[in-house]
Write a protein of this length. Structure first.
Length: 409
């Protein structure tokens, strides 16, 4: 089986779980032709794996920007005028309100025509999309233009803030199936879809390769944050809590892996709090580099205001590193408070500081939580098993009654 596999930017340092899923599908004898709407910036290509994947990935927006390619795609699609008209009508009626929304959907329609032609050229028989926003709009329209069925992986949490804007209902209705990354995610999909489509909503976890991670020599002083340095991650709360924790444990250190729009502001905040000798910003790092840092990490902290099920928590637990996280989204499906980590209310600086002090002051507790976390990841979040489950959905009959998948027009 050959599938086209689409997302907004691929590969990307912040989305290594998608790269792992592609590899797992290939290990299950599925020929995956990766496609990306936008070209990934060079700062995201942090390892050999990312660079190799980038070189073999079809760039939809870049191809659409070529007038000859765009015109050829439209001409190809117009060979089926009835299907073309229905797809164009779908683009118009599913657009967000206002002139800007209509314009964007017409751009997505042009991109969809280019993607549809590419899929036909490479012989793809199915299209799978990751993240249900603009790239999924392109996937839905490409499916309507080509007649090739599509599916998508639904993450959240941001799409659940504006499900009507992104027409989540229409995307679910037309998809062959929807891979939901958590029970929480599935419940939100049920909220924004008709009950007749609920049987399409399948739980497929993001996953990690447990064997990539292992504990090393630990000092009981090293905290780690991995993620995008943006408002949703609650990093100012972490810095305040970290400063407070150091009054009880002055030797604590905090390392940041990741980058984002708030980095300069956060570095200034670190200086203002006099934490420069205890806080390090490493920027984006490769999967291997993150795994190496985790060997020396005593606890990972993720103080987010909104999340799906963060893969970085899986990586930490696989390395037998306990985690401190906020009780938002589907986090509690991974972090069992008191068992493999600690959950605190989002935005609560005192609760976060108390959790840091309690966990970093108890080596036996950290060891017990680390062991429990490793077992949970091996059991429920191993990319080999989750990739096999996704491969099973991709290769199975679309509907038990033999009806045509909803994605075709």
């Amino acid at each position: 089986m050959k599938i086209a596999y689409l997302t907004g930017e691929y590969p990307r340092a912040t989305d290594t779980f998608i790269q792992r899923e592609v590899a797992a599908l290939r290990q299950n004898d599925i020929d995956v032709a990766t496609c990306s709407i936008r070209r990934t910036s060079a700062d995201h290509l942090v390892g050999r794996e990312q660079k190799e994947e980038a070189a073999r990935t079809f760039q939809v927006l870049g191809a659409t920007a070529n007038p000859l390619t765009a015109l050829a795609a439209q001409a190809s699609a117009l060979r089926r005028p009835a299907r073309y008209a229905k797809a164009l009508a779908l683009a118009w009626r599913s657009a967000p309100k206002g002139l800007k929304g209509r314009l964007y959907n017409l751009i997505y329609f042009a991109e969809a025509a280019v993607l549809a032609r590419h899929m036909q050229q490479v012989g793809a028989t199915h299209l799978h999309n990751h993240i249900a926003k603009s790239s999924c709009t392109v996937a839905m329209l490409a499916s309507a233009l080509s007649g090739i069925p599509y599916s998508f992986t639904l993450h959240g949490p941001d799409i659940f803030f504006a499900p009507e804007h992104w027409r989540l209902d229409e995307k679910i209705a037309r998809a062959r199936f929807v891979a939901c990354i958590s029970e929480f995610c599935r419940s939100q999909a049920m909220l924004w879809s008709e009950p007749s489509h609920w049987d399409k909503l399948k739980i497929i976890h993001c996953g990690v390769e447990p064997d990539r991670y292992a504990p090393g020599d630990r000092t009981g002083t090293n905290l780690l944050f991995v993620g995008r340095l943006a408002a949703v991650k609650g990093v100012p709360i972490l810095l305040d809590a970290f400063a407070k924790s150091r009054t009880a444990q002055p030797d604590l250190t905090l390392t940041f892996i990741g980058d984002g729009p708030d980095r300069a502001q956060l570095e200034t905040r670190v200086t203002e709090k006099g934490l420069g000798d205890a806080v390090t910003f490493l920027g984006y790092q490769s999967q291997s580099a993150v795994a190496e840092v985790l060997t020396k990490t005593d606890a990972l902290v993720l103080p987010s205001f909104a999340e799906g099920v963060p893969v970085v928590l899986m990586e930490a637990l696989a390395a037998q590193t306990p985690v401190i996280a906020t009780q938002v989204g589907g986090v509690s499906e991974l972090v069992r408070s008191g068992e493999n980590g600690v959950l605190v209310p989002p935005g609560d600086t005192d609760a976060l500081a108390d959790a840091i002090v309690a966990l970093m002051g108890d080596a036996d507790l950290r060891a017990r939580m680390g062991n429990a976390g490793r077992k949970l990841v091996e059991r429920e979040f191993d990319i080999a098993s989750e990739g096999a489950r996704l491969a099973g959905l991709l290769t199975s009959d679309p509907l038990p009654d033999g009806k045509r998948p909803g994605g075709a027009a």
